[in-house]
Design a protein around this ligand. Structure first.
Ligand SMILES: NC(=O)c1ccc[n+]([C@@H]2O[C@H](COP(=O)([O-])OP(=O)(O)OC[C@H]3O[C@@H](n4cnc5c(N)ncnc54)[C@H](OP(=O)(O)O)[C@@H]3O)[C@@H](O)[C@H]2O)c1
Length: 284
């Protein structure tokens, strides 16, 4: 039986590659994006991989909360079920915490937290029904190492991913009896549009108005010139493997940098750790 996978944010990066990998693995992929005019890269990649007939495009903006049950109902009407939900869409907001406005922080949470929550809640009744017949489903949250370890100058992003981690951990246990497997994927830095086209900087974060502007500019330069980013296919392949695993773990931390950050924060004394961080990120 052909499995149905719903993926958010497939116009670029992890979402795009996951749509291709899952289609190659035999899933029928409902690849969603908030602006269908940005479909060129996905369509080209699908044609190159020979999987165009397994990928179906639909418009979905995860912050249009009221529209989500309708989109899910249409998919279920057309395909009968949803076996895998990959909550991938997201962006990173940069800027010192002091400079981030509340509306900017709320916007970050609307996408990276409430959007995932709202879509998951819209899909759960379908997966609950499938659980009764023994099928259940997979809900895969694309979190981040920043959901476990907070970084300076991206407090909003880290907070949104920490919220996602907490909510997901509870959900995993709540739906276990329904045969729904809930998983967190926690990548380090990977080469996608999140670092350029989709990066958002707080309105005053780099401006003359900010008392932190010099440190913020130094930080931005370190990220631009020194940060090594991995091959995104590692992440999409991992997500595809998880979707095929009948008994996946709760967490999958991926990327050497993610491992280093995770273990150095846990093993080093905090004061040593923060000293290293301030120096490496040039925010002293
Ligand atoms: N790359 C990394 O280093 C990294 C590391 C850890 C975690 N992650 C996580 O991985 C996920 C995917 O990011 P990426 O790295 O692949 O970046 P990306 O290439 O910028 O892709 C992000 C995708 O999310 C979409 N999106 C943003 N807001 C949306 C909304 N409201 N509704 C629907 N789609 C929306 C974007 O659509 P548009 O084309 O319309 O902008 C784009 O398709 C994110 O959750 C991110 O936090 C990435």
């Amino acid at each position: 039986m052909e499995k149905i996978a719903l993926i958010t944010g497939t116009s670029s990066g992890i979402g795009l590659l996951t749509a291709i990998d899952m289609a190659k693995a035999g899933f029928r992929v409902i690849a969603t994006m908030r602006d269908l005019s940005r479909n060129t890269r996905l369509l080209q990649a699908a044609a190159d991989a020979g999987v165009s007939d397994r990928i179906e495009l639909r418009r979905l903006d995860i912050t249009e909360f009221d529209s989500l049950p309708g989109v899910v109902a249409e998919i279920v009407h057309d395909h009968g079920r949803i076996d895998v939900l990959v909550n991938n869409a997201g962006y990173a907001l940069g800027g010192f915490a002091e400079d981030i406005q509340l509306d900017e922080l709320r916007g970050q949470f609307d996408t990276n937290f409430f959007g995932h929550v709202a879509l998951t809640r819209a899909v759960l009744p379908t997966m609950r029904g499938q659980g009764v017949s023994g099928l259940g489903g997979h809900i895969i949250m694309i979190s981040s190492i920043s959901g476990l370890v907070s970084n300076p100058v991206t407090s909003s992003y880290s907070a949104s991913k920490h919220a996602l981690e907490g909510w997901t951990e509870s959900l995993r246990v709540e739906v276990r009896a329904l045969r729904i497997k809930v998983v967190l994927v926690e990548p380090g830095a990977y080469d996608t549009d999140i670092w350029e086209r989709n990066v958002r900087i707080g309105k005053i974060a780099l401006s003359e108005e900010s008392a932190n502007k010099d440190r913020a500019r130094r930080f931005a330069n370190v990220v631009k010139t020194k940060l090594k980013k991995g091959d995104t296919r590692e992440v999409s392949r991992l997500i595809t493997r998880i979707a095929q695993n009948p008994n996946p773990n709760l967490r999958y931390l991926i990327g050497k940098d993610a491992q280093v950050r995770y273990w150095s924060q846990r093993l080093l004394p905090w004061k040593v750790y923060e000293k290293i961080l301030v120096k490496a990120l040039q925010i002293d």
